[in-house]
Design a protein around this ligand. Structure first.
Ligand code: ADP
Ligand code: MG
Length: 329
């Protein structure tokens, strides 16, 4: 990329090859050849599978223009890590495709710091990428490792399994109008909205929960990016099963209930996206092994069960719950 002010190599060296982001030592990262050659190289332990996921975020489509670059870097990596969490994988490494309209050193500094903060927390080094000129676009590819044959798939749910959720739902969607109007958690005066905005910009990828669930015997899982009813539908379709859930059991934060009226809060929890919590199923006989909270503080709530009604979600009274139908309630 001809950047004018700063060459591509200088840009990569200054912002992305920094030790605090590119030389993180995780459990499987001692043998990595990272940024600087034509390819990154790494070994995969013989008993593990590589889990890989790519997400692309385009300015004006997936995030508002003029948003806080630190929060953007943090959120972009969090969203990608959430896919590893959903499979029960351990983070290994990631690459970054960065398309920039211009080089702003302040933007790059803050963006790379947002990435670095989360990368350090989950011990996932940046091992390469690509830098080009064009409309602001971020592509993040994450790699994780999971013991062979043990990844949590969408297709493993069986009738009788319990349906559970990590954390709370609806928070990020409850902040969306404010996100779009440019409000940030740092500047927001209302404590409840501040919390919701924080949930939008700084999602917690449930990596610990995902690995815990894989070991605990969960039968299926996914991360909720588009809303519970829609995403649960993916499990139902892949597993060829149905679901009964109790809407009032879907966990909501106190902030969501304070900031929105009850009907809106309930609708947001059932249909709102962007929380990046996990929805998973687990055999009923393992229910007593599920704690209300994992050791990292992540809440777990059972909201219903899988049945054999292919592809359909109902409430306990038998009413159909779909993203569309729900708004008629
Ligand atoms: P090539 O010309 O072989 O495609 P590049 O000049 O694009 O190589 O990249 C040089 C090195 O810098 C490579 O190791 C590449 O992975 C890394 N790199 C390029 N852009 C980024 C980025 N945005 N973030 C991290 N690493 C990057
Ligand atoms: Mg090359």
């Amino acid at each position: 990329m001809a950047t004018g002010v700063m060459g591509e190599f200088e840009l990569i060296k200054r912002y992305f090859a920094r030790p605090e982001i590119a030389q993180i030592q995780g459990q499987y990262t001692s043998s990595i050849l990272g940024i600087g050659d034509d390819c990154a190289l790494f070994d995969i332990p013989p008993d593990m599978q590589l889990a890989q996921s790519l997400d692309t975020l385009v300015e004006g489509v997936h995030f508002p223009g003029e948003c806080d670059p630190f929060a953007l870097g943090y959120r972009a990596l969090a969203v990608s890590l959430s896919d590893l969490a959903a499979m029960g994988a351990e983070p290994h490494s990631f690459t970054l495709g960065l398309t920039l309209p211009r080089v702003s050193e302040l933007w790059l500094k803050e963006f790379s710091e947002g990435l670095a903060q989360l990368a350090q927390r989950f011990k996932i080094p940046l091992i390469g990428g690509d830098t080009t000129k064009g409309p602001l676009t971020l592509s993040l590819q994450v790699q994780g490792l999971v013991p062979k044959g043990q990844a949590l798939l969408r297709s493993g749910a069986r009738p009788g399994d319990l349906i559970c959720i990590t954390g709370t739902l609806g928070d990020a969607a409850g902040a969306l109008p404010s996100v779009l109007s440019g409000e940030t958690p740092e500047t927001c005066g209302d404590e409840s909205l501040k919390y919701l905005l924080h949930r939008y910009w700084y999602p917690s990828p449930r990596l610990f929960a995902g690995q815990w669930l894989r070991q605990a015997g969960a039968t299926s899982a996914l991360d909720i990016s588009d809303g519970l009813l829609g995403d649960l539908g993916h499990i139902l379709e892949a597993s060829n099963v149905g679901a009964e859930i109790e809407p009032d059991l879907v966990p909501r934060s106190a902030a969501l209930d304070r900031y929105h009226d009850q009907d809106t809060a309930l609708t947001l929890a059932l249909t709102g996206g962007d929380d990046y919590e996990l929805c998973f199923t687990i055999p009923r006989q393992l229910a007593q092994t599920l704690p209300a909270k994992l050791s990292d503080g992540c809440r777990i709530t059972c909201i219903g069960q899988i049945n054999d009604e292919s592809g359909i979600v109902r409430d306990p009274q038998g009413n159909l719950l779909s993203k569309k139908a729900y708004t008629h309630f």
